[in-house]
Write a protein that binds this ligand. Structure first.
Ligand code: NAD
Length: 382
């Protein structure tokens, strides 16, 4: 099995699919790993470190693509790279299958077997492979740091000879992996934190981090769906929630939003009215920017000022911490590859309860039902 790792091409992408430590473990189980020169440099992993653990370094991207049996990437490879992969080869990476299904067409045309790391099931068995959680942890941490950096006030309570500085008040909307990490980080910086989620079960986790929980006003409806995820709510309930958030916005210096729904636009949580309630100088960090944003005033990748409130809508925050983001992602990928490789050879079992749900296309056939529907197809049997 020849595994190939390339330098990422997506603008702003600094992560690498496999770090040297993971390469070493793959080489130890008889896999051959070829790495493009400089693939890890933006994440501060040198070519010398890859060579030292047995990777074959090459400057020839085209040759690497043509010889790949399995390509490990972070972002979906560009169509011109996909076209050079051998028919029947395997791709593993963040492929955005539900958000951008059309962009999978080059992989389908090329007859590839593609695994989307976003689709790793949220099961106990797959925890070590849960790349979405790894990246959400980094995004939540960085969001709290960005807020602390941009707020014209300090986060902690300070009692000094020159007077007392009250702690900043931070509201985190969505208490999934990113939200909980944002809460924990803001607490460590000394802020007073409130968490909000439509899943009442999130309350206990929020409180365990020393924050308070705002019980959602769901008008008697259930906010919890299947598998621990939020349920899709009616317009009427969403209006109630937006009103509740607008009221709480008046007492927040910072709002960090993290609510996303795979394959759909992010729910609108902060209205222009809520922004008007915020104090001058307040900051909103919208982590759902890549799927439209949770804030009514959100320009993905840009900074906007509404009244005297600054709204940041960062894209790909994990890429701003590439060393740890690559290390965690690489560990997730390595754990997944252990399911695909036996004795150094590919062994793809779509009946496996992690491998099957993660597979989007198998030998060019779309095998994931949701992706097939988004493309107007019927899913093939794996
Ligand atoms: P996510 O990125 O899908 O969403 C972030 C949070 O936003 C979620 O907590 C969600 O309930 C909340 N949300 C959605 N719509 C909302 C709205 N309108 N208003 C307010 N909040 C809203 O979440 P995630 O981080 O991927 O986690 C989703 C679930 O999966 C959680 O229950 C989490 O504990 C669980 N999880 C389980 C595992 C595992 O078992 N291995 C791993 C990771 C996450």
């Amino acid at each position: 099995m020849r595994i190939v790792v390339l330098r990422e091409r997506e603008p702003g992408e600094t992560r690498v699919g496999l770090v040297p430590d993971a390469v070493k473990k793959l080489v130890a189980v008889k896999a051959e790993v070829a790495v493009e020169n400089g693939a890890g440099s933006a994440a501060f992993f040198t070519d010398a470190e890859y060579s030292a653990v047995g990777a074959q370094l090459s400057p020839d991207r085209d040759e690497l693509l043509r010889s790949a049996e399995l390509l490990v990437c972070v972002s979906r490879p560009p169509a011109e790279d996909t076209a050079k992969l051998p028919r029947g080869s395997v791709v593993v990476g963040f492929l955005r299958p539900l958000d951008e299904p059309k962009k999978l067409e080059p992989a389908i045309d090329r007859g590839l077997t593609a695994f989307a790391m976003e689709l790793i099931p949220r099961s106990t068995r797959a925890q070590t492979m849960d790349a979405l959680s790894s990246m959400a942890t980094i995004a939540g941490y960085k969001a709290a740091l960005m807020a602390a950096d941009r707020l014209p006030r300090m986060f902690p309570l300070l009692m000094t000879a020159a007077g007392t500085v009250p702690p900043a008040r931070v509201l985190v909307l969505g208490a999934g992996v990113a939200g909980l990490q944002a809460i924990a980080t803001a607490r460590r910086l000394g802020a007073m934190v409130k968490g909000f989620d439509v899943r009442s079960a999130a309350g206990e986790q929020v409180r365990s981090l020393g924050a308070s929980f705002i019980e959602p006003d769901l008008g008697g409806e259930q906010g919890e769906g299947t598998g621990g995820y939020a349920r899709e709510l009616t317009d009427e309930v969403m209006d109630r929630l937006r009103n509740q958030i607008a009221q709480n916005a008046g007492t927040a210096d910072v709002i960090i939003t993290t609510a996303q729904v795979p394959g759909r636009r992010a729910p609108l949580l902060i209205t222009e009215n809520a922004l008007r309630n915020m104090r001058p100088g307040s900051v909103v960090i919208d982590l759902a920017a890549s799927t439209g944003g949770n804030c009514a005033v959100c320009k993905p990748g840009q900074e906007t000022v509404a009244g005297q409130v600054t709204i940041l809508a960062p894209l790909n925050l994990p890429a701003t911490m590439p060393t740890h983001a690559s290390q965690l992602y690489s560990n997730n990928v390595l754990a997944f590859l252990r399911l695909l490789i036996k004795d150094g050879e590919a062994h793809i079992d779509l009946n496996d309860d992690v491998v099957g749900p993660t597979c989007v296309t198998h030998n060019g056939n779309v095998v994931n039902q949701r992706v097939a529907s988004a493309l107007g197809l019927v899913a093939a049997k794996g």
